[in-house]
Every structure is written in C-alpha cells, then in structure tokens.
Design a protein around this ligand. Structure first.
Ligand code: 5RP
Length: 230
C-alpha cells in the first residue's frame, strides 16, 4: 500500500476520533503524522464553533495547534484532560502500544496518564499480534552514563541502538537520548514497562500498557473501532 493511501487511512481514523470531541473539553494532542490529521480536523470543527482547549505533546504539535486556532493550556497547569488523542507505532490485540517513533513519548505518556479517556488512532499496518519484532521499543534515557544504561536494558533482552538523526545523536525536547531496543517479541509488556522504568538512567519507555480506552483503525475496508475490554 502506498504512503499516500496509508496517510488517507490515518486521516479517516483521525476524523472518526474527532467525532468524540465535545464542546468544552480539554483535549490532549498527540504527536506525529496521524495526530496531525486530528489537529487539522479539530481546526475545521473550531471554525464551525467548537470550543475546546488543548494540551500539546510536542513543540511541533503546539505549532500545528496554534495554526489550527486551538487555544492551548500552559505546560505547568494541572490540566483536567477529558480526552487525549494520539497515534501509535504498534497496537496489539489487548490495545497495548509501542509509541515514541517520533521521539515524543515522555510528554505523550504524561498526557495519556492525565486523560480520562485515551483514544489511539492508527492505520491497519500498526496492528500486530505481539508487540516488538518489526518495530524497536524506544526508551528515553539520561545522557550521563548512557552506554551503561544501554547494557542494563540489554540485560532484560534485546539489542539497544542509540537513536541518531543526520549523523548526530537525537535529543528529545527534554534533552534526553533515545535507545531503540530491538526485541523479537514482547510477551509481557506490563512487566517490561515497569522493569525498564526501574533502571537508573531510564526516564520513560514507549510501552503504553492498559492505557488506551479506544483504538480507531483505518483499514482499506473502512474504519474499525476496538474498545478496551471487548
Ligand atoms: C511519536 C509517536 C507517534 O504517535 C507514533 O510514532 C506514530 O506516528 P505516526 O502517526 O506518524 O505514524 O509515538 O512519539
């Protein structure tokens, strides 16, 4: 399937997610190409009178949201987030996720954890029977002693690769590094999420376990919804 067709499936799923947004809500705004469709669709509804406030999960999302005329709450407010909407890199059958391909996993997890509902929007290629394999797990770490932290992470299983972009070490908005950890199968995501975060030097990891309330999937046969617990 071509990139533009996949992008259209992401857009259709994003439109469906935006149907759940109601007047007066505080909405967590995810990061990435799918979240961008969500922001654009919210912008269209705002033009027609929708009143919401947003909490962005990255500087790029904040920029897109301002362009779409979504009023944003300050970073240091105690946000009452009604609903967060975000993309994902992988989704398993229990609605557990891998996120962080775009490097925004830390803010994304804080916002998802603060939200009453967390809606995930993906195209069908992100669905997997078991997390891992084709997509490495992003782990955000402190630069100090990163090589030692990488060894501790590898001791839990997998091979850790320091993320680079354009030949330079990739830094997150918080100034951290990301290790992309290749793991053949993540059979126990809840356990691994906790084990990783217990290691000194690890800030957060891209496993989002039991967080999604609803996953909306754009497929060539139409948009499908899977609610948590069903
Ligand atoms: C960014 C993320 C994104 O949600 C994830 O990478 C999916 O991106 P896209 O919607 O562009 O496929 O976790 O940190």
């Amino acid at each position: 399937m071509s990139v533009s067709n996949l992008d259209d499936l992401k857009r259709q799923a994003a439109l469906k997610a935006v149907d759940y947004v109601r007047d007066g809500m505080v909405v967590g705004l995810g990061t990435g190409s799918t979240a961008k469709h969500v922001i654009l669709a919210l912008g269209e509804r705002i033009k027609k009178g929708l009143k919401i406030k947003g909490v962005p999960t990255s500087q790029e999302t904040a920029r897109l949201a301002r362009k779409a005329k979504i009023p944003l709450l300050p970073d240091d407010a105690a946000w009452p987030i009604d609903m967060a909407i975000d993309g994902a890199d992988q989704v398993d059958q229990r609605l557990n996720l891998i996120k962080g391909g775009g490097g925004a996993l830390l803010k994304e997890k804080i916002v998802a954890a603060a939200a009453k509902r967390f809606i995930v929007v993906v195209d069908h290629t992100k669905r997997v029977p078991v997390l891992g394999g084709s997509f490495p797990l992003p782990v955000e770490i402190i630069p100090f002693g990163w090589a030692n932290t990488a060894k501790k992470i590898e001791a839990l299983g997998g091979t850790a690769v320091l993320r680079k972009r354009g030949g330079k070490i990739f830094k997150t908005e918080a100034g951290h590094y990301i290790l992309d950890v290749n793991i053949a199968r993540i059979d126990k995501p809840a356990e691994l999420e906790l084990q990783l975060n217990a290691l000194p030097g690890v800030v957060e990891n891209g496993l989002f376990v039991s967080r999604a309330s609803l996953v909306i999937v754009g497929t060539p046969a139409g948009v499908e919804e899977q609610h948590a617990g069903h």
